[in-house]
Design a protein around this ligand. Structure first.
Ligand SMILES: Nc1ncnc2c1ncn2[C@@H]1O[C@H](COP(=O)(O)OP(=O)(O)OP(=O)(O)O)[C@@H](O)[C@H]1O
Ligand SMILES: [Mg+2]
Length: 484
């Protein structure tokens, strides 16, 4: 299969070329115009074509992908009016994940893995505080401190605060007030349940890129009903996940079909009051992840929510109806219609406001990678169930998955440290050359004896089990940890 069918006009199927899916896309439209159903249809078709998918379920209406739909009501009407002779109701392979570990397999990362840039965003730090957190990470990285959970970070901050004048000389001005502010924000993050996210076993990305024995792509759903109450946590988490994909996956160029498709729902949250440097980094990830075989699809109410430089990179476009009452809305409609290659048969601008539910203006990239002329199309109905799952259906999905056992329980800190140590990429040059500070343990780590270092002075000062290896850590884009 080289194409997937997603919609139909009066005359023809609207298809997407599998080898162009990594050219990214957007699904936009006002509330209730059919975005979620479109997302489902795309997901189903991708899964069928053997492409694993990642999406976030904000309203609890996506886990139903795991259950076969019923040919009745509006779905039946659409199947018959669109003459869909290849439509079959079926269930799809679904795995559920949940940062809080209640409605899916827990998704965890270590503080070291996430790095300071994303953590600053998560903690909503101001510029000065962000600077201090950067320093804290630099101190940790220089000294080869692996931070597993929030406790580790807290004790590191405590230690820096107690020795602020010493560290200020080497790293720049560190004030106790700023550290205090970061510590307070850490408490807020903990209150929001953010502490659950940090720890081991941390997520192994390959678990998200799986196909069934029959060759269908697994659909990984991040259950975000609760996470979504903290929009920063939600959007930073998704961005962390994207960056992990970016740092971990090898360059592959253009593939016959993508390795994975990532849907970023409520994408505007990613860019709300984001600093310019941050947006530029997102732009960079979007641009570069293409050649790693990952397609990113932003789902949002209005394309103006997406920064122009990112919007310009989204080759496949599905635009549901937009409202145009206020001057601002009218302007947004104009902008949205201007992004399409016009169809001489209709006026994009006026059709855009008249589309009915489940109808959309669609323009995907053709075989040559050029955007097709925009068509007014009816999105196919989903083949899976429309509605919600029952409690026991959720539970069965989780307990029947092999990842239940792998991720259910968090690992004690000692062994978590060893696991993290095995993953980390170190800067080879620095081990010998750099003088490890005198308050840090210098126990050498040999291949035959990867043993835990003795407790250092720092550990005693910090009054906790912080993990020292005395090797410099390597970081990638967004400052996330480079893995071996
Ligand atoms: N392609 C379709 N085939 C059949 N029914 C559809 C289709 N698209 C939308 N519908 C109907 O319209 C309803 C609303 O669609 P949907 O939930 O996708 O809207 P939405 O844009 O995601 O809304 P919100 O912004 O509130 O999340 C669906 O529950 C379904 O009944
Ligand atoms: Mg929706």
């Amino acid at each position: 299969m080289t194409t997937i069918k997603i919609a139909k006009t009066e005359h023809k199927d609207i298809v997407m070329y599998l080898n162009k899916i990594n050219r990214h896309g957007i699904i936009a439209g006002a509330t209730g115009t059919g975005k979620t159903i479109t997302l489902k249809v795309l997901t189903e078709q991708l899964s069928k074509a053997g492409v694993p998918v990642f999406l976030a379920d904000i309203k609890g209406d996506l886990a139903t992908l795991s259950k076969a739909g019923v040919l009745e009501g509006k779905v039946a009407e659409r199947v018959s009016s669109l003459e869909l002779n290849d439509y079959i109701n079926q269930e799809y392979p679904v795995r559920l994940w949940d940062v809080f570990g209640t409605n899916g397999h827990p998704v965890r990362a270590t503080i070291s893995e996430m790095g300071s840039m994303l953590l600053s965003r998560l903690l909503e730090l101001n510029e000065t505080q962000t600077g201090i957190l950067n320093i804290a990470f630099r101190i940790a990285d220089d000294k080869g401190l692996l931070l597993i959970d929030l406790k580790d970070l807290k004790s590191l901050l405590q230690h820096i605060s107690e020795n602020s004048s010493e560290y200020s000389q080497k790293y720049g001005n560190i004030t106790k007030q700023s550290i205090g502010a970061i510590q307070r924000n850490l408490l807020i993050l903990e209150d929001q349940g953010g502490d659950k996210f940090f720890g081991e076993p941390s997520l192994e990305l390959s678990d998200f890129i799986q196909t069934t024995n029959e060759g269908e792509g697994y659909i990984n759903i991040l259950m975000t009903q609760k996470l979504f109450n903290s929009p920063k946590l939600y959007s930073t988490f998704l961005l962390w996940f994207l960056s992990e994909l970016f740092e971990t996956l090898p360059e592959v160029g253009d593939l016959e079909k993508p390795k994975m498709v990532f849907f970023f729902d409520e994408a505007h949250l990613l860019f709300n009051d984001a600093p310019k440097a941050f947006v530029e980094k997102v732009e960079q990830v979007v641009r570069l992840i293409r050649s790693k075989g990952v397609g990113i699809y932003f789902v949002t109410q209005n394309p103006v929510d997406i920064p122009e430089n990112i919007l310009g990179q989204l080759g496949n476009r599905i635009q549901h109806a937009l409202r145009a009452y206020t001057p601002k809305e009218i302007k947004a409609v104009k902008l949205a219609s201007s992004t399409f290659r016009a169809n001489p048969k209709f006026d994009t601008n006026s059709v855009l406001t008249e589309l009915k539910v489940g109808e959309a203006l669609v323009s995907c990239l053709n075989e040559d990678g050029q955007p097709e002329i925009v068509e007014k199309a009816y999105i196919r109905p989903p083949e899976s169930y429309m509605g919600t799952l029952q409690e026991d259906e959720y539970k069965n999905l989780i307990s029947n998955s092999p990842y239940d056992e792998k991720y259910r329980n968090s690992i004690d800190r000692e062994s978590a440290y060893e696991i993290l140590l095995n993953k980390v990429e170190f800067n080879n040059n620095t081990v010998e050359e750099k003088k490890v500070e005198k308050d840090i343990n210098k126990t050498p780590k040999t291949a035959s004896n990867p043993g835990r270092p003795r407790k250092s002075q720092f550990e005693k000062t910090a009054n906790t089990l912080i993990n020292t290896i005395g090797k410099e850590i390597v970081r990638g884009l967004f400052g996330i940890l480079k893995k071996k």
